[in-house]
Write a protein that binds this ligand. Structure first.
Ligand SMILES: [Zn+2]
Length: 304
């Protein structure tokens, strides 16, 4: 070791530079989480009361078999405060150790176990390519194609438009580009819902709707081609699903819950994510924060 090096090191100690370095590096670890820039969230920012996004669902891109993707995920903090952020194998109609454990807790039925189960429930989201014509909150999104993450409520609107309730209504296919398709307007407000024992602000999608059918880009083929070429690979969202064994192992590694009823840890509320991420020092880098923030606690066909 050279004398200069040691001299500089000790100088840095005296000046307090070393403390600052350590604090900065701890701070940067805290604020690192995965943000997928391709994904557009249907949320209303904290300081706003509403948001309008007008645009068009896009059909499957070349080489893809899907207009949209349906994906279940588990995102929660385990008993030892480590995070689970994993695709639920039920997405592919396979067995899932987390859902199985939830079922055991559901069957056991104590309040504490049901609370844990609720917190660990799989969360359903749909994904499709979406062209943003106008976003009133983030105009930098205008004219771009994103992977739109949307809840079941919106999917049901797509389904209903395709199979209208009344005879005089014309079916609309959200994924058609020409005259039978239509733009979609997300008019979102906020509402408070009791989730996990406290009132949580969640988006309200009641006023989201299709516009009158019309051809995308006025049917201009060159414009349509340009947009379609910017579509994202939806199938990439289904990569990385762990096997039953791998997922069991991961669950064991974050867990110490005894199903029989002893030692149920106090869980933090997955919905209260704002306080979670402002105050929580234990989060890991690979947690996808949007999965938690946008979990709307919608009804699932599984009770557990
Ligand atoms: Zn599962």
């Amino acid at each position: 070791m050279s004398d200069d090096f040691l001299k500089d090191l000790l100088e840095a100690e005296k000046s307090g530079e070393i403390d600052k370095e350590l604090l900065d590096s701890i701070e940067s670890e805290k604020t690192t989480y995965k943000v997928d820039e391709r994904i557009l969230e249907l949320n209303v920012p904290k300081d706003k009361t509403s948001r309008v996004i007008r645009g068009r669902f896009l059909p499957k891109r070349q080489g893809s078999r899907n207009n949209y993707i349906k994906r279940y995920k588990h995102v929660f903090k385990g008993a030892n405060k480590k995070w689970i952020d994993e695709i639920c194998p039920t997405t592919f109609k396979k067995d899932c150790p987390i859902c199985d454990k939830n079922k055991k807790m559901w069957d056991a039925g104590s309040d504490a176990q049901i609370e844990v189960k609720n917190h660990r429930k799989r969360d359903l989201k749909y994904y499709a390519n979406f062209y943003v014509e106008k976003d009133d909150i983030n105009p930098e999104n205008n004219g771009k194609v994103f992977i739109l993450r949307f809840p079941k409520t919106i999917f049901e609107k797509i389904e209903k438009a395709l199979k209208p309730e009344f005879e005089d209504e014309k079916p609309v296919n959200a994924f058609k580009l020409l005259d039978d398709g239509a733009n979609f307007v997300f008019r979102m407000t906020k509402e408070k819902k009791p989730i996990g024992g406290k009132m949580v602000e969640v988006p309200n999608y009641e006023k989201c709707t299709f516009e009158t059918p019309s051809a995308f880009m006025d049917g201009d083929i060159d414009e349509i081609r340009k947009v379609m070429e910017s579509c994202h690979n939806l199938e990439s969202l289904l990569e990385g699903c762990k096997s039953y064994e791998e997922l069991s192992e991961k669950l064991d590694s974050v867990d110490s819950i005894k199903i029989a009823g002893e030692s149920i840890p106090k869980m933090s509320n997955r919905q209260g994510v704002d306080d979670l991420f402002e105050n929580d020092e234990d989060k890991e880098e690979d947690v996808d924060i949007d999965d938690i923030v946008n979990s709307n606690n919608e009804e699932d066909e599984l009770p557990f």
